[in-house]
Ligand binder design. Structure first.
Ligand code: UDP
Length: 334
């Protein structure tokens, strides 16, 4: 067993979330001391339950939009705290703006004070409804700042700007990953995202709700591939944004058909209104990740969907019928 005095220490924010919890697993596996931080607004403590009691793991229940204190050294900070599904950030828009701006600022200050390298989770949403396809990192985006998605998109754009400023002005070592649609075990069944929505509907014997005519496209990356890309980016010396995602693009209507086949449901597709500013197409150009990180996704959608379906099936049945896993009421009023 390593001596904890000489272990590398990493702070992961949003640690109880879908991606944060997978990152905790990865860093524990790599032999790091992991400090997991989350305010549990959208994160689920169940995602970390298996790590409680681990010698090199600790959990801090904290909202990073307030001053962040961590005792001792820090080698790395991975900033994954933010609501990330449209349903969530529409419900808690102010918290979404705060965690992307104030939260990021607090963590950059911490990184500077500790001499830690910091990686921030950015998003394909910085490209908005893109006019360049597939999206390269050089594209500046087409974002509506005052639309419903603006609270997320602009917080993430500001987060990138703030990160580059700390890098340029204070010399903080920073990394920026632009994450495209990702799926896998530990997504919240009722977070409103298309994959858990469709699988949940199939498991409950409901029709699958396709928004709009279903011709909008997305490109889905399996979580293990994404975590590998993030790990490589953190260890690289590249400070500019890098797209990590799977370029295998599909329309949402086709995706619904795949889920119908996967689950064997006898339900059909029904069409609902397309949400405002819903991007019409999305596919990452991953040339940079290939070149700089020698990374590309390995898990096919067929394989990844099977694993994810098994996960959702293994959840207690009452999970299927919970409207929400989290109660936002108190936060909305603040
Ligand atoms: N979508 C859908 N039915 C649902 C949930 C989502 O057709 O029940 C669509 C949504 O309008 C979008 C796509 O699926 O075009 C992906 O939505 P998601 O919320 O997963 O993420 P986004 O990529 O829009 O951030």
């Amino acid at each position: 067993m390593p001596n904890r005095l000489f272990m590398k220490r990493v702070l992961i924010t949003g640690a109880a979330g879908f991606l944060g919890s997978h990152l905790c697993d990865r860093f524990i596996k790599e032999g790091y001391y992991v400090i997991a931080m989350d305010n549990l607004i959208t994160g689920r403590i169940e995602n970390l339950e298996h790590l409680f009691g681990h010698k090199y793991f600790e959990f801090a229940h904290h909202d990073i939009s307030n001053y962040v204190h961590v005792a001792g050294d820090l080698d790395y900070i991975l900033h994954f705290a933010s609501p990330a599904s449209p349903i969530d950030y529409l419900k808690i828009p102010i918290q979404t703006l705060k965690v992307g701006s104030l939260g990021t600022h607090n963590l950059l200050g911490l990184a500077k004070a500790k001499g830690a390298r910091m990686l921030i989770a950015s998003t394909s949403e910085v490209y908005g409804d893109p006019e360049v396809h597939p999206q390269t990192e050089e594209y500046w985006g087409n974002v509506n700042p005052i639309g419903p998605r603006g609270v997320y998109d602009e917080a993430k754009r500001f987060q990138e700007a703030m990160t580059m400023a700390y890098h340029r002005y204070h010399g903080v070592e920073t990394r920026i990953v632009r994450i495209f649609n990702t799926y896998g075990p530990r997504m919240r069944l009722n977070d409103g995202r298309v994959l858990p929505a469709f699988i949940g509907q199939a498991l409950r014997g409901e029709d699958l709700t396709v928004f709009g005519d279903g011709s909008q496209t997305r490109s889905f990356c399996y979580v293990d591939d994404l975590i590998e890309g993030i790990y490589r980016l953190l260890m690289s010396d590249y400070a500019y944004p890098v797209n990590i995602g799977n370029p295998d693009e599909i329309t949402i209507a086709q995706f619904a058909e795949e889920i119908i086949k996967l689950t064997g449901t006898s339900q059909k597709v029904i069409y609902k209104e397309l949400p405002k500013d819903d991007p019409t197409q999305r596919q990452p150009n991953i040339d940079k990740a290939r070149e700089i990180l020698d990374w590309e996704p390995k898990v096919s959608r067929e394989e990844g969907l099977k694993i994810t379906y098994e996960y959702f099936k293994s959840l207690p049945e009452e999970e299927l019928y919970k409207k929400e896993h989290n109660d936002f009421e108190g936060y909305i009023r603040k």
